[in-house]
Design a protein around this ligand. Structure first.
Ligand code: NAD
Ligand code: LMR
Length: 342
């Protein structure tokens, strides 16, 4: 029995080692806010990617221990830690993808917009450093309120003369992950098959799952559509309330962010078949930023999948019109903040 365990363990080791063999392409990823509730599990998941050669972990505190811990995993990427403003620039040099989960999370009773005053300044400072040190990198913004922090980032990059709208992404992957999970549960579908595009923004009614575009094609009753839509829109609050003051989604967010990082790395690596939903500068509607499915390539957003907004149901059409004023106001709030003189 012991021998058979040993053989099995050896095979398992070989499988893991094969999985983590360095590949020809290797990319550098920086996580800003890496010691936080999202940052730590996200760093672990990115450390497992065979496409990553270096993982730069930046935070204002507590990041040394996280990096020491993670660096013992026998996967190819090298882990480096950077603490505080004086090391921020170095954490960004030569980086291909920057992920930003820095900032405060919600407590029960708060909206994402209630985080604006603190997180807007954090994102502004971090994006200034990105502009100065790795202006060509893909930038993934997780910090809330995403509906405002992405427009803030765009304005700061414009002011620095390095804005490339194809490379600035608001991370809305968690909305898709949730929609896929809830739809699969409700309709008894195999999770792996389900894909629901989620458009609009990332807060309350601005989160609009397009259930009529679910793949594989599924039919829903009116009641199912309403229940699923409301659950997907309130899923963040569901977690905030369950955590009862200890923060918001971290593990599912890390999973979603790692998926978006992996998709970006595959795109940078030349994979021609990478599609994700993301909140980006967009001409799909009359709003300057909008989340939708996009095709991602080596240079960032290659195409916006406009067909997702064609042939919407009456429910979706009404919900799309209803979300526009709130999303517009959040975008304008971000732009105004970034444009105000010190
Ligand atoms: P957290 O408090 O656990 O971690 C935040 C980290 O940011 C901390 O380690 C903190 O030290 C760090 N930080 C603070 N100021 C910083 C600065 N100036 N530079 C670098 N790092 C700084 O919070 P969390 O649970 O990880 O959530 C982080 C953010 O992500 C929140 O704003 C939250 O609302 C947002 N979030 C977004 C989504 C989404 O779908 N986009 C999902 C979940 C959470
Ligand atoms: C989420 O959707 O889980 C995040 O935006 C965090 C939050 O505040 O709900």
């Amino acid at each position: 029995l012991r021998a058979s365990f040993a053989v099995r363990a050896e095979k398992q080791n070989q499988r893991l080692e094969n999985r983590f063999q360095p590949q020809a392409s290797a990319f550098k990823v920086a996580i800003l806010g890496a010691a936080g509730g999202i940052g730590q599990p996200l760093a672990l998941l990115v450390k497992m990617s065979p496409l990553v050669s270096a993982l730069h972990l930046y935070d204002i505190a507590n990041v040394k221990g996280v990096a020491a811990d993670l660096s013992h995993c026998n996967t190819p990427s090298q882990v480096l830690d950077f603490t505080g403003q004086s090391e921020l620039g170095n954490s960004l040099k030569g980086v291909d993808v920057v992920v930003i989960p820095a900032g405060v999370p919600r407590k029960p009773g708060m909206t994402r917009d209630d985080l604006f005053n603190i997180n807007a300044n954090i994102v502004k400072t971090l994006i200034e450093a990105v502009a100065d040190n790795c202006p060509d990198a893909f930038i993934h913004i997780i910090s809330n309120p995403v509906n405002s922090t992405v427009p803030i980032a765009a304005e700061i990059l414009k002011q620095k003369g390095v804005y490339n709208p194809k490379k600035l992404f608001g991370v809305t992957t968690l909305d898709v992950v949730r929609a896929n999970t809830f739809v699969a549960q409700k309709k008894n579908l195999k999770l792996i098959d389900v894909d629901v595009p989620v458009v609009g923004g990332h807060a309350g009614i601005t989160i609009l799952p397009l259930l009529s575009k679910t793949r594989p094609s599924v039919s829903f009753t009116d009641q199912e559509i309403d229940e699923l839509t409301v659950r997907i829109q309130n899923a963040g609050t569901e977690v905030v309330e369950a955590k009862a003051g200890a923060g918001s989604a971290t593990l599912s967010m890390a999973y979603a962010a790692a998926r978006f990082v992996e998709s970006s790395l595959r795109a940078l690596d030349g994979d021609a078949d990478v599609y994700e939903c993301s909140f980006i500068q967009s001409e799909l509607t009359d709003l300057p930023f909008f989340a939708s499915r996009v095709k991602i390539g080596k240079e960032g957003v290659e195409a916006v999948i406009s067909s997702d907004l064609q042939g919407l149901t009456e429910y979706e059409t009404k919900a799309l019109e209803a979300l526009k004023p709130e999303l517009k106001a959040s975008i304008e709030k971000g732009v105004t903040f970034a444009q105000k003189k010190e």
